[in-house]
Design a protein around this ligand. Structure first.
Ligand code: SF4
Length: 364
């Protein structure tokens, strides 16, 4: 167990410092009766509008996780609190069914894991993601799942059925090829070798799968892009995308601490590379820039990704691109007789959203 360690929370006036060694961080699970389950996003950076997050916090404990600051809104910490004080929205499936039953609902694709991983270990017990997917199947509603969790293969049959009825795609997030490197930065997530195995199992079950190299940590994981894409393609993935590392304020101390603990000799060089792609800063929150990098080094990463994807035959998904999302949802006929199909709905929605502003982030 790790000792309790959280950066100061900017939203509270209290901060605990320990005179003695801090106690071990213990897993605590809180049940929440949520008021709604569909979060609406209109960020121009993201290829989806609706997301479903049955859990707050994430046991995978990735050091770079951009969702850590969300825990501070709960008056918890962005460090070990995020990894161990977990909230389950126990009425998520019922709320989703209610939302889908509304006359105004247009059966747009919903994205699972817009914030935290919907197949983290808690899902093995609470089954909220599975039950939400069952709601999608019942309502013929397309879905996109983004995860690092091997547990997703448990629901392969369900996802295949959803893909047949309405469209479903799973994106497996694989930032590293090496299990050892991943262990240092994503200590409680399944290793990459398990994630490639998950891609294979899902594809064998008839589920369309893409790979997300997210995040690319310049100076650490960019050199592994060709191997990640080759192994993903070999396992059956058909598309790929990548996202640059983002380091919001409260994430920085967690990330640096983990990096210095696990690879102290590389930390300084990695920081330099991060600043290279962020115009000298560690983060860039601007629309259109926060998910990507800039400068000569990032141009090299982009070229490496594109050449590697072409070489192994992976379709390059470009974000934002709502049409790509529609295509990614299997291309299945999502419409009931007399209704517009998914691509048309997404296209209309894209036009409506083009004049609107940003609300939310996405950080796998
Ligand atoms: S990056 Fe994803 S898998 Fe990792 S801790 Fe965050 S939500 Fe969990």
């Amino acid at each position: 167990m790790k000792p309790v360690a959280n950066p100061p929370n900017p939203y509270t006036s209290r901060h605990a410092e320990w005179l003695e060694p801090p106690p071990a961080a213990r897993v605590e699970v809180y049940e929440e009766t949520a008021r709604s389950i569909l979060s609406e996003n209109d960020s121009p950076d993201l290829p989806f509008r609706w997301s479903v997050n049955p859990y707050r916090g994430c046991q995978h404990a990735c050091a770079y996780c951009y969702a850590r600051p969300y825990h501070e809104f709960l008056e918890l910490g962005a460090g070990t609190d995020f990894d161990t004080k977990l909230v389950v929205k126990i009425n998520a499936p019922e709320l989703l069914a209610d939302a889908f039953a509304r006359k105004s609902w247009r059966r747009e694709a919903v994205n699972f894991s817009g914030v935290t991983d919907c197949y983290q270990p808690l899902e093995a017990v609470w089954l909220l993601t599975r039950r939400c997917l069952e709601v999608c199947v019942d309502h013929h509603n397309p879905a996109i799942v983004v995860t690092k969790g091997y547990l997703v293969v448990r629901d392969a049959d369900l996802l295949a059925e959803l893909n047949r009825r309405a469209g479903a795609t799973v994106y497996i997030s694989v930032p590293f090829a090496s299990d050892k490197t991943a262990r240092g930065i994503e200590p409680q997530a399944p290793p990459p070798s398990r994630r490639f195995a998950a891609i294979r199992r899902l594809c064998e079950s008839g589920v369309p799968v893409g790979v997300l190299v997210a995040p690319v940590i310049p100076g650490l994981s960019d050199s592994e892009i060709p191997e990640i894409l080759a192994r993903a393609a070999d396992a059956g993935a058909t598309s790929a995308s990548f996202v640059a590392l983002r380091l919001p304020e409260s994430v920085q101390p967690v990330f640096w601490e983990r990096l210095k603990q696990t690879m102290p000799l590389r930390a300084e060089r990695i920081e330099k590379r991060i600043r290279d792609i962020r115009g000298g800063q560690l983060n860039n929150t601007g629309f259109g820039r926060r998910m990507t990098g800039e400068g000569v080094y990032w141009d090299g990463v982009r070229r490496l990704f594109e050449v590697s994807a072409v070489k192994v035959g992976l379709e390059r998904l470009r974000s934002p691109n709502p049409q790509a999302t529609a295509a990614a949802c299997g291309g299945a006929n999502a419409s009931r007789p007399g209704e517009p199909d998914l691509a048309e709905l997404v296209s209309r929605e894209s036009s409506r959203r083009s004049a609107e502003s940003d609300q939310m982030t996405f950080g796998f």
